[in-house]
Design a protein around this ligand. Sequence first.
Ligand code: FES
Length: 358
Amino acid sequence: MAPPRLRHLAVVVGAALLARRALRRRIARSPLWPLPALPEPISGHSRRRPTAVRRLLVTERVTVAEGVVQLRLEGKGLPRWRPGAHLDLVLPSGLVRQFSLCGDPDDPGSYTVATRLVEDGRGGSREVHERLRVGTEIEVRGPRNRFPLVEAEAYVFVAGGIGITPVLPMVRSLAASGAGWRLLYGGRSRASMPFLDEIEKLGADGDRVTVVAQDEAGHPDTAAALAGVAPGTAVYCCGPEPLMDAVTAALPEGRTPHLERFSAATTDAAGSAAFEVELHRSGRTVRVAAGQSVLAAVREELPHVAYSCEQGFCGTCQQRVLEGEIDHRDELLTDDERGDSMLICVSRCRGGRLVLDL
Ligand code: FES
């Protein structure tokens, strides 16, 4: 039999090992512990990086304007982001929706998003408003940034309603750095416009902010706001489609604004002609009917193919095209990307056949 001191040592070591195992089990079960990154989407698109998936906890829910709630989502070791970035929220029903981040980009412990209830929308905002409460766990993907703040001599922002969310972190960072900026912020009424107090404080030095509430002064005058905008000034707009059209029209020919869409530009994934799509790596061919999207046809063979918004604005469904003439119907891809890839949720084929690297 071992001497008492050795027996005591064995008991202590054994207890320490059990405690360490229990701690590891607790961490692994913790809802806030990041899940490993998902494997590369089935797209296999060589330029797309896997998107990290995390489970976060709703720890705060605040009404920041009429019909607008702001959520604080907490986790551990969250990646930093830059102004303009958005987060994909996988809602309890499985719907995936994008929300601009509007909190502190350097906070490793939480993300903040805000959303307006859209009564006749596609269901995402209603689900956020009705089902995400303090204590709800939610899966998120990202952040990703398709609306980055570029280097410029000065900045003009035009935001409509909830379109202020990606603009707010931009304006905060420019105000902190002393850069030149102006903002035209429109909404139905002052009560419906989120973050109004903070925005007005940020722009207090030098009349940087013009607020136009429709019930007091009608629609914002984008032409006046953009008249004579200098060539080195970057113009940003986020809001309803007509506002973005007005900003685009107000700029001199050859200049384009940076636009962030919360809904797709007018796109129609359906078309009058059917065509074939060969899925090269899978060795299968699918028929895309006249009233069907390429994505819908592909999902019949490859149900796990990556997609999200189904409206041509998130970029999740981007696929490499090996052969065939693409009929691009999105406004997201760059000319370079359009050369050999397409968004299969909205774009189609000009001929009878496409070959995808799927
Ligand atoms: Fe969002 Fe196609 S699924 S762009």
